[in-house]
Ligand binder design. Structure first.
Ligand SMILES: *Cc1c(COP(=O)(O)O)cnc(C)c1O
Length: 348
């Protein structure tokens, strides 16, 4: 089976299994687990932030960040309209953090300073909610893994900060962005106040996410994490041991392989009749294929692909998402292209 459904399906590497088996365990919340402490040191080095905390999932880390930055029920949080936090986290930001999502449609997932200023200033008149937080997502999943350049993040943060609005970055795939731009992750997060980073996506660790920020922010976040039931990572040293391998220079650099294969796949599939791809959005490890001109819907195409051992994920009636990770080889990539061709040509 060629699993292009999600990068959460990447393989735990032999080095990770080895590190987990060998991990000497302490008790993370007390600060005496050596692997968890080393993981914090490593992510602080990579992001140049003061402090970090290990969280069971990216969803929980985003929610903790939102709760920690905001403290007034009914304030608004500005997000791009197709953010993961809006579509795929059951709106914890409304149901648990009591925030109103103010959505800005981006250009391929990317929002700019002018629209942020408008969304904030629209609220100064007190019949509307006050803006408590701006969230950005890099890479942007629903837009197909599109990337913010450091200059635009800087400008977005500047206009938010000038209006006393803090900025949280959903950096589930921050290292995909950094590797694709061939820059240090640090330069993508210099101006944001907090960052969530997934260990369990393309980096292929078994579990977990890291929330990073100032020491003051993380101390406060730890209390909110406890309230949500997320701080009881008692044997978190096992996850941290794998996480350290996930954050090694070698494992981070390997993400470029996924990007290379995503581009090869996208170029080849875009030539198939009935498949449309905006190649400008293929910037990291995700490829969105619009199959509406094939006359089939996504369910039918996905079923046919599945019968031929290729899996993708339905985005909507027209679009299928394919995501590359360390379990996909060059050969798998070419086989997936051929299978796609076979399925669409059956109909066309
Ligand atoms: C996967 C993902 C999350 C959530 O992470 P989980 O560990 O699955 O909860 C958040 N944001 C983005 C962009 C993601 O892709």
């Amino acid at each position: 089976m060629i699993l292009l459904t999600s990068d959460v399906l990447g393989n735990i590497t032999p080095e990770m299994w080895e590190a987990m088996r060998k991990a000497k365990l302490g008790w993370p919340p007390r600060g005496d687990d050596e692997n968890v402490n080393a993981l914090y040191d490593r992510i602080k080095e990579l992001t140049n932030k003061e402090a970090a905390v290990l969280v069971p999932s990216g969803t929980m880390a985003n929610l903790v960040a939102i709760i920690t930055h905001t403290n007034g029920r009914g304030d608004q949080v500005i997000l791009e309209a197709q953010s993961h936090s809006v579509y795929s986290e059951e709106l914890g930001l409304s149901s648990i953090a009591h925030m109103f999502p103010k959505l800005i449609p981006g250009n391929k997932g990317i929002i700019n300073p002018a629209s942020i200023i408008e969304a904030i200033e629209d609220c100064e008149f007190n019949h509307k909610p006050k803006t408590a937080l701006l969230c950005l997502e890099n890479t942007h999943m629903f837009a197909g893994g599109t990337i913010y350049k450091p200059e635009l993040i800087m400008e977005n943060c500047k206009v938010a900060h000038e209006r006393e609005v803090p900025v949280h970055l959903d950096g589930a795939r921050l290292f995909n962005a950094a590797v694709a731009l061939d820059i240090k992750a640090e330069s993508l997060v210099k101006d944001v106040d907090s960052i969530m980073i997934n260990l369990n996506k393309g980096l292929s660790a078994p579990e977990g996410a890291l929330l990073c920020g100032t020491k003051k922010f993380i101390d406060k976040a730890k209390i909110n994490l406890k309230r949500l039931g997320g701080s009881s990572m008692h044997k978190g040293g096992i996850i941290a041991a794998a996480g350290l391998v996930a954050l090694s220079d070698k494992n981070i650099a390997r993400l470029s392989e996924d990007h290379r294969r995503a581009k090869i796949f996208a170029k080849a599939v875009s030539l198939i009749e009935g498949a449309k791809i905006d190649l400008s959005t293929v910037q990291s490890n995700i490829v969105l294929v619009d199959i509406s001109s094939s006359g089939m819907n996504t369910d039918t195409v996905l079923q046919s692909l599945f019968a031929l051992n290729v899996s993708g994920l339905k985005k909507n009636q027209k679009v299928i998402r394919f995501t590359f990770h360390n379990g996909i080889s060059d050969n798998d990539t070419m086989m997936a292209v051929d299978t796609f061709k076979e399925v669409l040509q059956r109909k066309c």
